[in-house]
Design a protein around this ligand. Structure first.
Ligand SMILES: [Zn+2]
Length: 65
């Protein structure tokens, strides 16, 4: 699996690769799944709202195919 989740330690926000401009890989930790982040960080992080919304859009499209 690709590591598509990007954890920004400064803002404690998780972005998804390619879904928003704030999800830079540079200087940030990468994870394969949300569970992996929880294992490492606990539940102290928040999901980026922009990335979450785009993820939902992508999943909605996938369901229709
Ligand atoms: Zn984001």
């Amino acid at each position: 699996m690709n590591k598509i989740y990007i954890y920004n330690a400064l803002t404690k926000t998780v972005h998804i690769k390619g879904l928003c401009p704030n999800g830079s890989e540079i200087g940030n930790e990468l994870y394969e799944t949300e569970d992996d982040i929880i294992k490492t960080k606990g539940k102290s992080f928040i999901m980026c709202q922009t990335c979450e919304r785009k993820k939902e859009e992508i999943l909605q499209k996938a369901v229709k195919i």
